[in-house]
Design a protein around this ligand. Structure first.
Ligand code: WT7
Length: 676
């Protein structure tokens, strides 16, 4: 997607504020360039210095990075700090408590969906809860290497559970708690998880969601499949469903299987809070996180211990210019990579104080974000363009009601940010004193790969600017030729950095095909990119069959698969259409079977089906009846044409490859003006 207007105000440059430079880790652009040069010319020296800050049970014996990025020369692999032994949990907790004397420092301010619910958790308290949870998991039979599915709201127990897994060497697979039972089931089966950790329920705004029921349905569905793997289920009583006096403020019916299910509170009460970490190999898996794949089947992106630790820690430190007294808030959900890297691992590795927020930006009022920033005196704030565009709609007043003078740095992630939203963020939220770091990265990259550094990089609204340390981007044309200077094409990377994914879980072949086949020697992001005359990188959006709705990546294929499950649908084709808040939204063309009627009821059923099979984030905005789809003579759907119909772009260009050009006219005459 090319963001409307992204080519405008390119000439205006926003320079880092002077006061930020005084104590910044990278205080100017020359320092950035020097460090960047070192990171690519002498990666061994560069990363060895970074590694020196961590605790290693056994030091690395081999080089810091070993890899093959060229499919023509054998299997693709990346190894970081081979031979070393360490533990992520030890490094983000014990090291802070014991070696850095941060035990009494607040690790998280937790803020509930309701402003009445909040608590502070220190590093010592966090360590103690994590050790307890680790002991509980061990008692339940979880061992090193086992996969643990986590389906939880944004409550402290989610962090306890993921770190407990990291402590005992179990591999967490967190599934965003907005996904449907179908999606959860698919992920549990793919990773062969032996246990699910969940909560009874959660309030999202005023809506009460029965998470345990969804888990029940997922496990029910998995039972029909060849290998039912889940034998235990650990269930947190979400305290934010209760009133202050402890009464349940809801009437959730919690399905219960006494053989399988245990309440968190009961088992946590009588375990020790002492748990020796499992010393893992540097390349042992840390977690799996599923991301949409262009075939429709999600890919289990696998990250490993040492490289991910070095990379999330370093990017957090530099990109948010972290200092001891900061209060940092990332509004993402931990169910996405942003939460993994920049709510849990990166901030904790730096001994940071973070805000953990269970709720929504507009509940109970549209000033909730700003209220929380004022309440905790947040200094660094990280959110998504879709949230900014949503809040922009309510104007400046809800922002200006609060004191936001604590803010020093603003960040965005997830999708290209249009200059209008960038400027509103910069001027209204940041009062023109806070740089906006537009961080480009992916589930696969583990951490930021293109990003400004706040005190060093002159900003252009809408550009993710320059590569982070150790990252070497380049732009290729369709023939795989590298383009120099001002250019537009495929964004690829020439070599690995420590935090890049290692494989697709259980499917190395898919890993190689997806990311390395198209252009041998390069990691292919799937994004289009432009480099301007000053060398700034501008992400232009996905160039595969992927869509980005509110910062969530999904494939057209998975939505199409859901639509064609309906008995009335013969064929479906899904494309994106720009949306003022979501960035992109889903526009679906459905061809019905003979004798089926297209009506409002069907549209509702189709929407329901997509919500049920994928989740509410994938709900289509438009569903159009398509008596026929534009196809080539070989039967391939011409998505370009469908995209143009969805966008009402009349100039369709060359249609000579279409089997039946009349289809286009019919589709145009019936296109949806307003959302369904
Ligand atoms: C895709 C990755 C990385 C965490 C959240 C999404 C798009 C991400 C930006 C940005 C333009 C961006 C890309 C990328 N994207 N950040 N700053 N500017 N586009 O993780 O679900 O793995 O999605 O999100 O298209 O490939 P993800």
């Amino acid at each position: 997607m090319v963001v409307p207007g992204s080519h405008h105000r390119e000439d205006k440059i926003y320079h880092p504020p002077e006061d930020l430079k005084k104590d910044a880790h990278v205080p100017d652009f020359y320092s950035y360039l020097a460090l960047y040069k070192k990171s690519v010319d002498e990666p061994e020296v560069f990363w060895r210095e970074v590694a020196a800050e961590f605790y290693w049970k056994k030091p690395a014996t081999g080089p810091i990075l070993q890899y093959n990025f060229d499919v023509t020369k054998g299997n693709i692999y990346v190894k970081c700090m081979e031979g070393a032994k360490t533990n992520m949990c030890y490094n983000v907790l014990d090291r802070n408590v014991k070696d850095r004397n941060l035990g009494e420092k607040v690790a998280y301010y937790w803020e509930g969906n309701s402003p009445d619910h909040s608590m502070a958790i220190t590093y010592s308290q966090l360590l103690s809860q994590v050790c307890r949870c680790a002991n509980v998991l061990k008692q339940m039979g979880v061992k090193k290497g086992d996969r643990v599915a986590i389906y939880m709201p944004m409550i402290p127990e989610l962090v306890y559970t993921m770190l407990a897994c990291a402590r005992i060497g179990a591999v967490h697979s967190i599934v965003f708690a907005g996904y449907s039972s179908e999606s959860l089931c698919e992920r549990i089966l793919d990773a062969q998880c032996c246990i699910v950790v969940t909560a009874d329920g959660v309030y999202r705004g005023q809506k009460l969601i029965n998470l345990k029921q969804i888990v029940e349905e997922a496990l029910e569905k998995s039972r029909d499949k060849v290998s039912p793997t889940v034998t235990r289920c650990l269930v947190v009583k979400n305290h934010s469903l209760r009133t202050k006096s402890g009464e349940a403020s809801n009437k959730l019916q919690i399905p219960w299987d006494a053989e399988r299910d245990v309440w968190w509170d009961e088992v946590m009460a009588d375990v020790s809070d002492d748990c020796e970490p499992e010393w893992l190999d540097a390349e042992d898996p840390l977690f799996i996180l599923y991301t949409s794949g262009s075939t429709g089947k999600p890919k289990g992106v696998l990250h490993t211990v040492a490289g991910y630790m070095l990379y999330t820690s370093l990017t957090f430190k530099y990109v948010f210019d972290h200092h001891h007294d900061d209060v940092y808030w990332c509004t993402a959900d931990i169910g996405w990579i942003t939460g993994h890297s920049y709510i849990t691992y990166g901030p904790l590795a730096n001994g940071a104080t973070g805000v953990l927020f269970e709720g929504l930006p507009v509940y109970p009022h549209v000033g909730r974000f700003w209220e929380i920033i004022e309440k905790y005196k947040v200094t660094k704030f990280y959110t998504a363009p879709t949230a900014i565009r949503l809040l922009m709609k309510y104007g400046k007043e809800p922002v200006q009601k609060y004191n936001l003078s604590s803010l020093r740095i603003l960040g965005t992630v997830g999708e290209p940010i249009n200059p209008e939203a960038w400027l509103w963020y910069y001027e209204v939220v940041g009062q023109s004193r806070c740089p906006v770091v537009d961080t480009f990265w992916q589930t696969e990259t583990g951490g930021h790969v293109l990003t400004p550094l706040p005190a060093a990089t002159p900003l252009k609204p809408g550009s993710a600017t320059f590569p982070f340390f150790g990252v070497e981007p380049t732009i290729l044309n369709e023939h795989g030729e590298e383009l120099e200077g001002e250019a537009e094409g495929y964004l690829v990377f020439r070599r690995p950095w420590p935090g890049i994914m290692r494989t697709v879980y259980g499917n190395q072949e898919r890993f190689e095909n997806q990311y390395f086949k198209k252009f041998p020697g390069f990691y292919v992001t799937g994004d289009g990119c432009r480099r301007d005359k000053d060398g700034y990188y501008w992400i232009t959006g996905r160039i595969d069959d992927m869509l980005n709705v509110s910062g969530h990546l999904m494939s057209t294929a998975e939505v199409e698969a859901a639509l064609t499950k309906h008995a009335a649908v013969a064929e479906a084709a899904v494309v994106s259409r720009p949306h003022v808040v979501k960035g992109e939204c889903l526009y679906c063309f459905v061809t019905l079977k003979d004798s089926r009627e297209f009506n409002h009821k069907l549209v509702e059923e189709l929407k329901g089906l997509v919500r049920e099979r994928i989740g509410p984030i994938a709900t289509p905005d438009f569903i159009q009846n398509a008596p026929g789809l534009p196809k080539t003579r070989s039967g391939k759907i011409m998505r370009r044409v469908l995209r143009q119909i969805a966008r009402n772009e009349k100039d369709l260009g060359d249609l000579s490859t279409l089997a039946d050009p009349k289809v286009v006219e019919v589709l145009f005459s019936q296109r949806c003006e307003a959302a369904a």
